[in-house]
Design a protein around this ligand. Structure first.
Ligand SMILES: *[C@@H]1O[C@H](CO)[C@@H](O)[C@H](O)[C@H]1NC(C)=O
Ligand SMILES: *[C@@H]1O[C@H](CO)[C@@H](O)[C@H](O)[C@H]1NC(C)=O
Ligand SMILES: *[C@@H]1O[C@H](CO)[C@@H](O)[C@H](O)[C@H]1NC(C)=O
Ligand SMILES: *[C@@H]1O[C@H](CO)[C@@H](O)[C@H](O)[C@H]1NC(C)=O
Length: 133
C-alpha cells in the first residue's frame, strides 16, 4: 500500500486501495530457457514524455531482437511508481510482436510514472510524467 495524500477524489482513492506491491509476483528473471525469453525495451514513452489522463497513446517497444520462439507472446501493460507495479492493467492479451499498442492514460495523481511491459518477464519504461488530478 502506498499513501500519498488524504486529499484525493474517490476514484483516486479507489485506485490506491487496490495498489499493492506485486513485484514479487513478476520476477525480472525466470528459469525458463533464456533463448526463448523476450523482454523488449520500451521505446515510447521516453523520459521526456508528458501524458494527460484520458488521452490515448501508442506505447511502442523494440521487437528487432525477438527470438524465433518466444515462450510467452501474450503482452500486458501496467503502471508503476516508486518501485511499485500497480495491479491496474492498461492493456492485455495482445501479441507482443506487434511492437506497439494503444492505451488510455488512467486517472492518477499527477506525478512521475513508468510503464511495465510483460511478456515472459517485465521491462520498465523510463520515468515519464502523467498529469492527472
Ligand atoms: C533521457 O534519455 C536520454 C536518451 O536516452 C538520455 O540521454 C538522458 O540522459 C535522459 N535524461 C534523464 C533525465 O534521465
Ligand atoms: C493510437 O494512438 C495514436 C496516438 O498515439 C492515435 O493517433 C491513433 O488514432 C490511435 N489509434 C487507434 C486505433 O486508437
Ligand atoms: C503505433 O505506432 C507504430 C509506429 O509508429 C505504428 O506502426 C502503429 O500502427 C501505431 N499503432 C496504432 C494502434 O496506432
Ligand atoms: C522453434 O520451435 C520449433 C517448433 O518447436 C523448432 O522446430 C525450432 O527448432 C525452434 N527454433 C529455435 C531457434 O529454437
Amino acid at each position: 500500500m502506498k499513501y500519498t495524500s488524504f486529499a484525493m477524489n474517490s476514484f483516486a482513492f479507489f485506485l490506491l486501495t487496490i495498489f499493492f506491491t506485486i513485484s514479487n509476483a513478476f520476477p525480472l528473471s525466470n528459469l525458463m530457457n533464456k533463448r526463448d525469453v523476450f523482454v523488449p525495451p520500451i521505446t515510447y514513452p521516453t523520459n521526456t514524455t508528458v501524458w494527460n489522463s484520458g488521452e490515448v497513446h501508442n506505447v511502442t517497444w523494440d521487437i528487432s531482437q525477438a527470438p524465433v520462439n518466444i515462450t510467452n507472446k501474450i503482452g500486458r501493460i501496467q503502471l508503476r511508481q516508486d518501485d511499485i507495479t500497480f495491479p491496474l492493467v492498461l492493456a492485455y492479451d495482445f501479441d507482443i510482436l506487434l511492437g506497439s499498442y494503444n492505451i488510455t492514460v488512467p486517472l492518477v495523481i499527477s506525478g512521475a510514472y513508468q510503464l511495465v511491459l510483460f511478456g515472459d518477464s517485465g521491462n520498465f519504461s523510463p520515468e515519464f510524467t502523467i498529469n492527472g488530478v
